[in-house]
Design a protein around this ligand. Structure first.
Ligand SMILES: *Cc1c(COP(=O)(O)O)cnc(C)c1O
Length: 451
């Protein structure tokens, strides 16, 4: 019979896990999951865990969701996959129509890929190729924000700004221009989020002024830099950025891969700034955590710059084998239908308010400076001295203490370094939120007392 120990032994003999120093598993238990239902994950020994990180920020409506399962089964019996070049199918068309309807105005074309990093690659290539097609091939540089993350393929890594990745893979990456982050964790005492985000926009405006002739696009994660430690900023930054990009004739790429589909309190984070980007990258919640799929939404203006006689060789050059997979598209359609039928955004507002109250005690902890939140993303950062923002040395890995305390108490919390965060499936209830908050507080206490 399979139990945790036997499956872990087989796993460690055969698998190489993502984003993992495999040697850690000599002492850090790997958790083999047998089944999932709603917010719960269950292992082979009968332990249960509330999935408070939505299985790496992808799950929206719980594991084994009956509605999504039914849609998937139905699609499976009709068409599992077909080439999307020269051929089409109903789920791809219906999903494109739906995405055009629900994303901000002017995004009127949908290009599919099959994961988030690929969507970023598509947006970067499409932006550059647009300028090339309109006779401005010199616009080939990208402006990115400090502390940003856009995925892990080489192009996506290049426009991201995670120090460890940049140091390791730097020699393989194109050079980008980096602007300071609007991240409000760095604001002065007494300074508002809005004032700080406005102040941080000044260097971005200078860079655009100086480099716009050679810049193709600015790429940002709207409102929350998730992988960069759930660092957050004010929507005014996006508004100012949109205006400046228009002024200087530079594209704006909004990477909503993590923040899209209700995470920040609106269906898309860009809505809070009332802006439309030139490219919007979507993945993760697009399929509610079921299947790999991504989409890049763009404008008719961009589309028309590629639309020409074949001989002119202006067509966009990009494809993946599983582009627009019918099963994934059908699941995405059902996901968007659930948003409509169940008034998810309104319900999330209630849950987010509850989470704010439940996690408030963390803000008083002597090693926490503040609890920050945008809708269904909430985070707190353990620091040696919060008053001076002095971090704990990264080698101490205190987040692991929180992680292990969570696992012992029915909760999957997986801090990013020393940042404890809560980003749950939207089917979580108030009692479960209270439990996660309690365990997070206890975990922080244990982690910050440890030598
Ligand atoms: C996760 C993520 C990506 C990459 O998506 P993958 O599907 O993991 O390749 C890109 N951008 C942001 C903001 C993300 O959070």
């Amino acid at each position: 019979m399979t139990d945790n120990a036997s499956l872990v032994a087989r796993d460690l003999a055969a698998l190489w896990h993502p984003c993992t120093q495999m040697k850690d598993h000599e002492w850090l238990p790997l958790v083999p999951v047998k089944r999932g239902e709603g917010v719960w994950l269950e292992d082979f020994d009968g332990n249960r865990y509330i999935d408070a990180v939505s299985s790496w920020w992808v799950n929206l409506f719980g594991h084994a969701n009956p509605r999504i399962n039914a849609a998937l089964r139905d699609q499976m019996d009709k068409l599992e996959h077909v080439i999307l070049a020269g051929f089409s199918h109903e789920p791809a068309v219906a999903l494109a129509e739906k995405l055009i309807e629900v994303t901000p105005p002017k995004l009127e074309r949908c290009f599919y890929a099959d994961n988030g990093s690929s969507a970023v690659e598509v947006a970067v290539k499409m932006s550059f190729h647009y300028w090339r097609n309109v006779g401005r091939g010199e616009k080939k540089r990208f402006i990115t924000l400090a502390n940003s993350y856009h995925g892990e393929t080489l192009g996506a890594l290049a426009v991201g700004n995670v120090a460890l990745y940049k140091e390791t893979y730097g020699p393989l990456l194109m050079e980008t221009i980096t602007a300071p982050s609007p991240d409000c964790f760095e604001r002065e005492d007494g300074e508002s989020w809005e004032a700080f985000s406005r102040r941080q926009f000044e260097p971005m405006r200078d860079l655009l002024q100086r480099h716009h002739e050679e810049v193709s696009a600015v790429i940002v994660e709207p409102l929350v830099q998730c992988a960069g430690g759930m660092r957050m900023y004010h929507p005014v930054y996006l508004k100012l950025l949109r205006e400046a990009c228009d002024q200087f004739d530079v594209h704006l790429i909004a990477d909503e891969i993590a923040v899209g589909f209700g995470r920040t309190g609106t269906l898309f984070a860009c809505e809070q700034a009332d802006i439309s980007p030139d490219f919007m990258c979507l993945s993760k919640g697009l399929t509610a955590g079921y299947l790999p799929l991504s989409a890049v939404m763009t404008t008719d203006r961009v589309y028309q710059a590629f639309y020409d006689d074949y001989e002119n060789l202006t067509a966009f050059l990009h494809s993946h084998s599983y582009t627009g997979n019918p099963l994934a598209c059908r699941v995405a359609l059902e996901t968007l239908q659930i948003f409509e039928d169940d008034d998810v955004i309104a319900r999330n507002r209630v849950l987010a308010n509850h989470a704010a109250r439940a996690f408030a005690p963390l803000a008083d902890h002597p090693h926490i400076r503040e609890v920050r939140q945008h809708g269904m993303i909430l985070a707190a950062e353990m620091m040696q001295d919060p008053a001076t923002r002095k971090p704990f040395p990264w080698k101490e890995r205190r987040g692991l203490t929180v992680y292990r305390h969570g696992l012992e108490n029915d909760v999957l919390l997986r801090p990013l370094g020393h940042v404890v965060y809560f980003m749950p499936p939207y089917v979580i209830n108030e009692e479960q939120i209270d439990h996660v908050a309690q365990i997070a507080l206890e975990g922080v206490d244990l982690a910050t007392k440890q030598e």
